[in-house]
Design a protein around this ligand. Structure first.
Ligand SMILES: C[S@@+](CC[C@H](N)C(=O)[O-])C[C@H]1O[C@@H](n2cnc3c(N)ncnc32)[C@H](O)[C@@H]1O
Length: 341
């Protein structure tokens, strides 16, 4: 179904030296005949990001694989590193590349959950509600191995370790939003601590002064009470809810703006972006997810379209940029030190 990028533009390929990548572009016509592009890149996240232009996306929203939480059953997946430091570094390298493609006035929302260090010396039990967690019985997770220099049963603090590494690498950390998963599962095996109900959603900017539309927050500030949703699009049980994505897109991009999710999974970000009239790109390594998302989009009034048209659009200013209140609120554009009249 996909067009191989190599057949599309030989010159660009030489320039980018990108291999092992498939790009599928679709579009959907909204009311008033506005056409919205959606592209899916099936590749490793770093390869996919390298195909994208500098200083482009208004908002990047993503939920990467959490440390030793699931098995996406694909070679090269992130999340099964031997040490937390290795995991943090790999993610930070990916987000360096996100920084390159983010618009100078853009924002990056990162949703990430934590993991406990069990140090049990044996594989953990199974989770009947989540088949993708049953791998814990087969694969010996690094967090179940003894010998780490932290106490057994401790929460590792993975989200903050990632956030602080990104800060070290030049990101401005603007908010640590608590996503209160109001209908989260209880954890019957956790008898001596509260059950986990929240996850982190960090808001980063590339520059100190950036565009942001606070009206997109509705009436909540840095605690977002949003139920988890079961993905109805494809069989992927680590999807984030569309309401969470909606707030990220509304606060971070104008009408006709450019949205990116480098770990797109079941395609939540793509669906919400289209609904809100934004053009979007998603990357995922798992070809089965990508195929299922494309299938879902084709069944939802999307049509096949051309990557070169989508790519050419990214070089233009988004249609709603000038009038967007988020843009107007940024009275000091990156690189300028004078207040703009
Ligand atoms: C937490 S899920 C994302 C779920 C998504 N937010 C949604 O709403 O469905 C993480 C995704 O990262 C993908 N992934 C894992 N390692 C990857 C890699 N090296 N490159 C690209 N994608 C990867 C997995 O296939 C999985 O779909």
């Amino acid at each position: 179904m996909g067009e191989n990028i190599q057949e599309l533009d030989e010159q660009k390929i030489e320039e980018l030296q990108v291999e092992n990548m498939q790009i599928n572009t679709l579009s959907k016509s909204l009311k008033k005949k506005v056409k919205v592009f959606t592209s899916l890149i099936q590749s490793d996240v770093l390869d996919g990001l390298k195909a994208l232009p500098d200083d482009t996306f208004n908002v990047v929203i993503t939920s990467p694989p959490y440390y030793w939480a699931r098995d996406y059953e694909v070679d090269g997946q992130i999340g099964h590193e031997d040490s937390v430091d290795e995991f943090v570094n790999i993610l930070a390298d990916v987000f360096d590349e996100v920084q390159r493609v983010l618009h100078p006035e853009g924002v990056f929302y990162l949703n990430i959950g934590d993991t406990y260090y069990s140090g049990n010396g044996q594989p953990k039990g199974k989770d009947p509600r989540s088949p993708s967690r049953n791998f814990m019985r087969k694969k010996f997770r690094a967090v179940d191995q003894s010998g780490w220099d932290i106490p057994k049963k401790t929460l590792i603090g993975v989200p903050w370790r990632v956030a602080l590494e990104l800060q070290q690498r030049g990101w401005t950390l603007r908010s640590d939003i608590v996503w209160n998963r109001v209908n989260a599962f209880s954890e019957p095996s956790a008898r001596d601590r509260p059950h986990r109900q929240h996850e982190h959603l960090f808001l980063f900017s590339k520059n100190r002064f950036y565009s942001y539309d606070r009206s997109g927050l509705g009436d909540e500030e840095d605690v977002w009470n949003i139920p988890i949703e079961r993905s109805t699009r494809i069989d992927h049980n680590a999807a984030f809810p569309s309401e969470l994505v909606r707030r990220c897109i509304l606060t971070g991009s104008p009408d006709g703006g450019y949205v990116l999710d480098p770990f797109v999974g079941s395609g939540t970000t793509l669906d919400v972006a289209t609904e809100l009239g934004r053009h979007s790109i998603g990357i995922d390594l798992n070809s089965q997810y990508v195929e299922e998302v494309i299938q879902h989009l084709l069944e939802s009034e999307y049509k096949s379209d051309s990557w070169s048209d989508h790519r050419a659009l990214l070089d233009k200013e988004p249609s709603g940029w000038e009038d967007w209140s988020g843009n107007r609120a940024n009275f000091r554009k990156p690189g300028s030190n004078k207040k703009k009249k």
